[in-house]
Design a protein around this ligand. Structure first.
Ligand code: TRP
Length: 360
């Protein structure tokens, strides 16, 4: 049977926040512990981060440990998962180079993620070639591990489509050594796109609207109290609205039924709480206090585990180093197959003999 392999990762451009947690990290830990996968590979995509941080190599460098700490804090376990750094696998460059022959410029120009990011970063005409082609390099990340499953947010959907196309073209042109990956999206809507505390669609450091996994309890509480709710819900008795109400979006993403019996026993579940809010008579502060209890309970073990690893940073780098070595071994194995498929294995005995025979 075909092996089930997970590959996913993050650009190290900052600490990870609760959007990363519900969008991907929580799922990765669940998958890691499910026992359903033969291998789980989690990559810190430093080379990809450099494609749009050309002048900030220090920023990328300083965030390697931050992201690794967030991974370990969330429960990614180096005994069960391979945690590694993209740039330490030079075979990825080699595979990307060959993949470039399988993709057209117009196909890359149509990639919606690239389009959106070009706009967001004001690249327009001055886009670096490496940034423009990062879907190709991302396809190499995925396929060099023969990943079957890629747990990411929905913004990465076009990347997966591109990777599948490349696999199909490669396998048809050479021989079927690569595996078509499947995307694995978070199950619920709120987790797909968790808004910032200001209700804006995306959590981002520059907007100052993130709750970080490493935030202290007071900071978490203060951010929840600031959170955007329903601007028409002025008095407790007023009927409230759920659409665009960040507090309820967060409850959709984080809250479980058992949280009600612990922190808000007047309600059996989230549906009852929502119904009361819509009816009127339920104040924002009460809902925010409940969300605070839920988030504090969720984030405390993560923060405490992070603090433990922070005391032993050399160990964190040892984990990344041995993970990178293990990942490289897999990558080298695939590249041997790729070179053979592409007829680049000139120094194999059979090939040399066949060449010799030709001149007899
Ligand atoms: N592009 C992803 C992000 O910005 C990071 C990434 C790089 C990735 N290579 C990958 C994710 C391969 C999944 C698979 O978050």
């Amino acid at each position: 049977m075909m092996k089930k392999v997970i590959l996913t990762g993050d650009r190290p451009t900052g600490k990870l926040h609760v959007g990363h947690y519900v969008g991907s990290l929580r799922e990765r830990v669940r998958l890691q512990n499910s026992g359903a996968y033969d291998s789980v590979n989690i990559m810190i995509a430093d080379a990809q981060a450099l494609t749009d941080n050309i002048d900030q190599p220090e920023k990328v460098r300083e965030n390697i440990a931050e992201v690794a700490l967030d991974y370990l804090a969330c429960g990614l376990d180096p005994q069960k998962s391979t945690l590694f750094i993209q740039s330490q696998i030079p075979e990825l460059c080699e595979l990307s180079f060959y993949f470039m022959d399988l993709v057209t410029v117009s196909r890359l120009q149509r990639n919606p993620t690239v389009k959106a990011e070009i706009q967001m970063r004001n690249f327009e005409a001055s886009i670096p070639v490496g940034f423009f082609t990062y879907p190709i390099s991302q396809a190499a990340d995925i396929t060099i591990f023969k990943a079957t499953t890629v747990p990411v947010g929905e913004d990465q959907m076009p990347m997966l489509e591109q990777a599948k196309e490349i696999v199909r073209r490669f396998n048809a042109a050479y021989s079927p050594v690569l595996v078509e990956p499947e995307i694995l999206l978070p199950q619920n809507e709120a987790c797909l796109r968790l808004p910032g505390i200001d209700g804006k669609a995306k959590m981002s450091k520059s907007l100052g609207n993130c709750i970080y996994l490493s935030d202290e309890p007071d900071a978490i509480r203060a951010k929840i109290m600031e959170m955007y709710t329903d601007p028409t819900h002025l008095q407790v008795k007023d009927p409230g609205h759920l659409e665009g109400n960040t507090v309820f979006t967060y409850l959709d993403a984080f809250c479980q039924e058992e949280h009600f019996s612990r922190y808000l026993p007047d309600y059996a579940n989230l549906d009852e709480l929502k119904a009361h809010y819509i009816r009127g008579g339920l104040g924002d502060v009460k809902v925010k206090k409940f969300l605070n209890s839920v988030l504090q309970e969720t984030l405390e073990p993560i923060r405490l585990r992070r603090r433990e690893y922070e005391k032993d940073i050399p160990e964190v780098f040892r984990i990344l180093k041995s993970g990178s070595e293990a990942a490289r071994e897999i990558a080298c194995g695939t590249m041997d197959e790729v070179r053979r498929a592409m007829r680049l294995n000139y120094f194999d005995e059979d090939f040399i003999h066949s060449q010799a025979d030709k001149y007899l």
